[in-house]
Design a protein around this ligand. Structure first.
Ligand SMILES: *[C@@H]1O[C@H](CO)[C@@H](O)[C@H](O)[C@H]1NC(C)=O
Ligand SMILES: *[C@@H]1O[C@H](CO)[C@@H](O)[C@H](O)[C@H]1NC(C)=O
Length: 668
């Protein structure tokens, strides 16, 4: 099949040459189809098999880990039961206190101070907590008057929204400042919580629009990056105070006590803050420390002949012993009213002469450059020994002595490194251990398993307390605070208005606004609601429970493997139950009779009336004014552009307040 091609185009004529047409092989369809399809099917089949294999392998791995965990738990079950019974008996003292209403709840003001301002830059020294403002007497009346006017101005919604939006538009108004500003606002507007709620709703609607249309709606309320997100946290803290006192506080307090008690039953390294009994693998005391329990007969100087028996460990450092003694002797006082460890001395009277016990003194043992903190075993204190606890007297002499001790102690601390139970590895030791690193690896595997058993046994012992707390928080029914119902309904309502908000997103919104924003914060910081001290070791275990609680509130499935973090392995069995509890809670709240705006307002007005006069409102206004002053020009500009603000002469009012307050600067 040969042909000659000639092309004519306009006037031109070209001879292109010959073109050969291949003869078309007419393959029959029944051959083509199998020839293409068979390899295709084969490839698909192979990949399916591979995938199945892989997922089966993952599944098998998961099953294996689960099975091993179950076996481990089974092996510690009896021990847990016994330890749990012991713990219950030993906690009886405290539970007696609890039933007598002796849970050391903080009052509303201290609670809000701590929740709002303790995490701020200055911590406990923040002016909102100390409440001290330096205003000269001569200026006080003017300042008070101007601040009241400023308060009136804040009560104008137009002004406040402009104020907040202006600040948020400024790059130097950072996340920390936003959080602080929102908390100041909460205190300043505490007298009118209905209004505060209205502002919060308005701002939230704006934030929602933003996330639903231009960002990922699932990330709404995830962090505290705007003023309103922090306002919501504070609103929840305000509205749930009563619920904490009435319902969830008791199981939380018991959980805290149980953790503390369980940890203190075993050795705790005072220096590296690791414990034998803990839920947190990073806080686990690795080496096996030999110890036994001692009972000390404690006399308190100047408080009569009554002897208090106190259980301690012979490996406890002297400060730890003091803590345990104070805990027992002053158990009826809240933490803030007890003497501090530094303000007491401990004297041991083995014979006719006494010996002052302290963490470091001339008898302290040395190991090379290391000094070992003194323990009861170091002093050879025996079971049933009598010790005397006395307050450090602040007379001149003892002050000097104390001062010397202090300096001596500092000198000791600077010279050498100190350790308590386990000596951290030196560079020298590290060199040695490098050589045996391969062997070490297989060792650590075995060791982690042993330690996991220990974590599991602590977990089993505390299980009841954890469950009780979760149940009290996630109990739907009449005890659900109206604020929760009100806010969840608000979220449901808003979700309906947007098409791209599915059920999972609503779940996340609820989780972000209540469990993560409020409960995790309280669970990790029991000292926000109770007058207690949370030590680092207790904190490490509380973090694990808080993490579990957070996991329970998410929708995503966590598949376990050998490399999963140990806190996930620890609660692998319970997590699905907890997840179900969260689902049921959200469902239960949805089914409740709704809370009307009016009911909510009545409730809020009640809170305002009951607590506002105790708060540092004037200080908050003063601090807020500093923001107004810092961003003054921007605020004035935004007010000038807003017709609603113009008609209310807001600019003028702010200028007058500024004139009255700035005067102070020239006065000083
Ligand atoms: C412990 O000491 C107290 C008084 O110091 C004494 O009455 C008691 O019998 C002692 N108990 C034991 C078991 O030694
Ligand atoms: C364990 O404790 C460490 C240090 O206290 C902490 O940083 C970590 O978050 C804790 N682990 C968990 C899972 O909470």
């Amino acid at each position: 099949s040969l042909s000659l091609s000639q092309i004519k185009f306009g006037n031109g004529e070209w001879l292109v040459g010959s073109v050969r047409y291949e003869r078309k092989y007419n393959l029959p369809l029944p051959i083509i189809i199998p020839a293409v399809l068979v390899p295709m099917l084969l490839i698909i089949a192979i990949s399916v098999v591979c995938y199945r294999r892989k997922s089966q392998q993952a599944e098998r791995e998961y099953e294996k880990v689960k099975h091993q965990l179950e076996n481990l738990e089974e092996s510690v079950r009896d021990r847990c039961k016994k330890e749990f019974t012991d713990l219950m008996i030993e906690m009886e003292d405290h539970t007696n206190d609890i039933s007598e209403g002796r849970i050391p709840f903080l009052d509303y003001k201290t609670y809000t101070d701590r929740v709002f301002f303790l995490p701020s830059k200055d911590g406990a020294n923040d002016v909102m907590i100390t409440g001290k403002l330096d205003i000269p007497e001569s200026r006080r009346a003017t300042v008070t008057h101007a601040l009241n006017q400023f308060s009136n101005l804040l009560n104008s919604k137009t002004f406040l929204i402009n104020f907040i939006r202006t600040l948020e538009g400024r790059p130097d108004f950072n996340a920390r400042a936003k959080v602080y500003f929102a908390s100041l606002l909460t205190v300043a507007l505490h007298g009118k919580l209905e209004y505060y709620t209205d502002i919060m709703r308005t701002l939230l609607l704006g934030l929602m629009e933003e996330y639903v249309h231009s960002k990922n709606p699932k990330l709404l309320l995830r962090r505290s990056e705007t003023v309103v997100e922090r306002m919501l946290s504070n609103w929840m803290s305000i509205c749930l105070y009563q619920f904490l006192k009435d319902t969830a506080g008791e199981p939380l307090y018991k959980l805290f006590r149980a953790i503390k008690h369980q940890i203190e039953k075993g050795p705790v390294d005072a220096q590296v803050k690791k414990a034998k009994y803990t839920l947190n693998d990073t806080g686990l005391l690795g080496d096996d420390v030999e110890y036994f329990v001692l009972t000390l007969q404690v006399l308190v100087q100047g408080e009569g002949p009554d002897i208090t028996p106190v259980k301690v460990l012979n490996c406890d450092s002297i400060s730890q012993v003091k803590e345990k003694i104070i805990e027992q002797v002053y158990k009826n006082l809240p933490y803030s009213q007890r003497p501090k460890v530094d303000s007491v001395t401990l004297e041991w009277r083995p014979g006719s002469t006494g010996q002052i016990l302290s963490d470091l003194d001339v008898t302290t043992q040395k190991e090379g450059r290391w000094r070992r903190i003194n323990t009861l075993a170091h002093y050879n204190v025996r079971d049933n020994a009598t010790v005397v606890l006395s307050r450090v007297q602040h007379t001149q002499q003892s002050y000097d002595q104390n001062h010397d001790n202090h300096e001596e102690r500092n000198a000791l601390l600077e010279d050498d490194k100190v350790f308590h139970l386990v000596r951290p590895a030196d560079e020298l030791d590290e060199m040695k251990s490098k050589r045996g690193s391969i062997k070490d690896k297989s060792m650590t595997k075995a060791i982690t398993e042993i330690y996991l058993t220990r974590l599991l046994s602590v977990k089993g012992t505390l299980q009841q307390f954890v469950d009780d707390f979760f149940r009290s928080v996630l109990c739907s029914g009449i005890s659900v605070p109206p604020a929760v119902k009100y806010f969840f309904d608000f979220l449901d309502e808003q979700a309906l208005r947007h098409e791209n908000v599915d059920e999972e997103t609503i779940h996340i919104w609820k989780t972000n606004s209540l469990p993560l924003r409020f409960w995790v914060n309280i669970l990790k910081n029991p000292h926000f609601i109770f007058d207690v001290h949370v030590s680092e070791v207790v904190d490490a275990s509380l973090s694990v429970i808080a993490q579990t609680f957070m996991d329970a509130c998410t929708k995503t499935e966590h598949k376990l493997s050998r490399d999963s973090p140990s806190n996930k392995l620890l609660y692998a069995k319970e997590i699905s139950t907890y997840k179900r509890m969260v689902d049921e809670y959200y469902k239960g709240v949805r089914q409740m009779v709704s809370v009307s705006d009016q009911e909510m307002n009545t409730h809020l007005a009640e809170v305002s009336r009951e607590h506002t006069d105790k708060l540092n409102t004037q200080v908050a206004l003063h601090q807020l004014y500093r923001y107004a002053s810092k961003y003054y020009d921007g605020i004035i500009m935004s007010l000038d552009e807003d017709p609603a603000a113009q008609s209310k002469q807001l600019t003028l009012r702010l200028q007058q307040i500024a004139a009255a307050l700035e005067n102070k600067v020239t006065d000083l």
